[in-house]
Design a protein. Structure first.
Length: 275
């Protein structure tokens, strides 16, 4: 049986448009978004095996906020910028807030509310359009047993479509999938074609301290400084690399427990009543 694969998805760090509540655009990251970019490499490293770290591929959209977010993540080959990962086009609504759309274009706001999956912004895109656009990226993520692991840094609507496709979600539920900022989504792709995922939120305050400790360890080259850096990096995701191993062990235990329960049920069904 082919081994399962793991890949990671994350939104860009908070952007200037996120702060202002505006649609689309090509803004830079806010101060907190830049902070996420600083801690993302440590967050990702805490969830990877050495082999995964050596072969990791990094892909982003062509927009500034994703490129800035991924800029410090080591990659086995040059990072790729894919138009397929660009955020859903808001067309004539680009640069507007939802409140402004409601106030100035009430029919459009009503149409979007009635059918978020199929609604297409004037001169823009719908979720249906984005689902088709990201299909090649989804196939790369699924890959084969020998395909390298991948980090995708993209946008909310785009990652909803990617994650929804990987997990075979009801298409109508895809526009409501929760893809929070400053959170690493670890997706496990199983041999039977299904996928599960965990949301791993970053603690930006602890993350900033971890980055500082890592820099100090590099400067001092002492084991004590290195231990402090490792402990802080682990705390960013509540346990670091050990957390992933614990997750996998817990999953195996649950599978074993389900198997034992199925055996007990089968034995009860086969039991001959006493006479």
């Amino acid at each position: 049986m082919a081994a399962r694969r793991v890949c990671w998805l994350t939104r860009h760090g908070e952007s200037e448009y996120n702060v202002l509540g505006l649609l689309g655009g090509n803004p830079s990251c806010s101060a907190r978004g830049q902070q996420y970019a600083e801690v993302l490499p440590a967050l990702l490293a805490s969830r990877m095996t050495p082999d995964e770290a050596r072969s990791l591929q990094v892909v982003t959209s062509t927009l500034r906020r994703t490129i800035l977010t991924a800029r410090n993540v080591p990659s086995a080959s040059p990072q790729e910028r894919l138009q397929e990962l660009d955020e859903i086009s808001a067309g004539v609504c680009d640069g507007m807030s939802y409140a402004e759309v409601e106030r100035t274009m009430p029919p459009e706001a009503a149409a979007r509310s009635a059918d978020k999956l199929g609604y297409r912004y004037p001169r823009g895109e719908s979720y249906v359009d984005v689902l088709a656009r990201v299909a090649p990226v989804v196939e790369r993520l699924r890959g084969s047993g020998g395909a390298p692991p991948m980090l995708v840094v993209a946008h909310q609507a785009v990652l909803r479509c990617v994650l929804g496709t990987l997990t075979a979600a009801d298409p109508n539920s895809i526009p409501q999938l929760h893809i929070p900022l400053h959170t690493l989504l670890e997706v496990t792709l199983l041999p039977d074609g299904t996928a599960t995922y965990k949301a791993l939120p970053a603690n930006l305050d602890l993350g900033a301290r971890a980055v500082e400790a890592a820099a100090a360890a590099a400067a001092e080259s002492t084991s004590a400084a290195a231990d402090e850096a490792a402990a802080l990096a682990a705390s960013v995701l509540g346990g670091g690399g050990a957390a992933r191993q614990a997750d996998e062990e817990e999953e195996q235990q649950e599978q074993q427990q389900r198997g034992l329960e199925q055996i007990r049920v089968a034995e009860q069904r086969c039991a001959v009543p006493a006479t």
